[in-house]
Design a protein around this ligand. Structure first.
Ligand code: C2E
Ligand code: MG
Ligand code: MG
Ligand code: MG
Length: 274
């Protein structure tokens, strides 16, 4: 009896596993087709000067409008893309599309519209510097209009990371650390690497105006950035209270739903935001 029960349980487990497996496989199959089917799209979230609300730049955020699953969040498909190697063609598409967008938005004399893109540490292993150099040349854009966002996860293997960051710096693109303070936090890499911007993670901003620890961490990051001559950007600003706290703490740039959600290039143009 015990054996039978065990067996039944085992089979049940297997069935669950199988359907889970099938789902992952088909998600992967669909993701493989996403590029060819033009199902990927970049949305852009304004980054603003907190005191005036004036837009200084945009962060490009990837969206997958899947024919099978509907809108899939990058939080759900980027890890799969990283595990399957699909992050390379997808990441290259992001680089290409963002550079083309920078070209288009800066056609008018005097425009200086900057765009930041998110780069997965996995992309470091596949001629990232060369890919970005080629895109900058293809679209003839000023390198300083492109910013590369990397997370602390990319800092693990410093011997591998150092030449890539140096190469990017030599191209003239800006480098920022995304989700600062939530990953592998060693202050040593800030000293070693040419970092231009620290982005304060939204988990610290959420309760910044009424949680002492979040406030202390946030003001410390701002102070660190300011005293090292780096720029600092707060993420996930949803209320005026958060914005006021940041301004009073000498953080002058940010992004979040309080200012704007990420929206399509089309909508930005329709609303005459760019
Ligand atoms: P991230 O780079 O830290 O981007 C910030 C995330 O916070 C975005 O989520 C954005 O939509 C969301 N956000 C912005 N303002 C607010 C706010 O006021 N409140 C809240 N609650 N959230 C806000 P999204 O677009 O879902 O992207 C999630 C993550 O996926 C990104 O985090 C980034 O790590 C990754 N990702 C997005 N696009 C790309 C890409 O092109 N390549 C790579 N490798 N990763 C990407
Ligand atoms: Mg980012
Ligand atoms: Mg972030
Ligand atoms: Mg994040």
């Amino acid at each position: 009896r015990v054996k039978e029960k065990g067996k039944a349980h085992f089979q049940f487990y297997r069935t669950e596993m199988k359907s889970l497996f099938t789902n992952v496989v088909s998600l992967e199959t669909q993701l493989r087709k996403a590029l060819d089917r033009n199902e990927l799209i970049l949305y852009y979230q304004p980054q603003v000067e907190l005191q005036t609300g004036k837009i200084t730049s945009f962060e490009a955020l990837l969206r997958w409008n899947s024919s099978e699953y509907g809108m899939v969040s990058p939080a759900d498909f980027i890890p799969l893309a990283e595990d399957t190697g699909l992050i390379i063609p997808i990441g290259n598409w992001v680089i290409e599309t963002a550079c083309k967008q920078i070209r288009d938005w800066n056609k008018q004399e005097g425009n200086k519209i900057k765009v930041a893109i998110n780069i997965s540490p996995k992309q470091f292993q596949y001629s990232l510097v060369e890919t970005i150099k080629m895109a900058l040349e293809k679209y003839k854009i000023q390198p300083s209009l492109l910013e590369i966002e990397i997370t602390e996860g990319a800092m693990h293997d410093t011997s591998e990371t150092a030449p890539i960051l140096k190469g990017l710096k030599e191209l003239g693109v800006a480098i920022s650390i995304d989700d600062f303070g939530t990953g592998y936090s060693s202050l040593n890499y800030i000293k070693q690497f040419p970092i231009d911007v620290l982005k304060i993670d939204q988990s610290f901003i959420r309760d910044v105006h009424n949680n002492e620890k979040d406030a202390a961490i946030t003001t410390t990051i701002i102070h660190l950035a300011n005293s090292l001559g780096m720029e600092v950007i707060a993420e996930g600003i949803e209320t005026k209270e958060q914005a006021d706290f940041l301004i009073n703490s000498k953080c002058f740039k940010g992004q979040g739903y309080f200012y704007s959600r990420p929206i399509s290039a089309e909508e930005l143009e329709e609303k005459k935001i760019v």
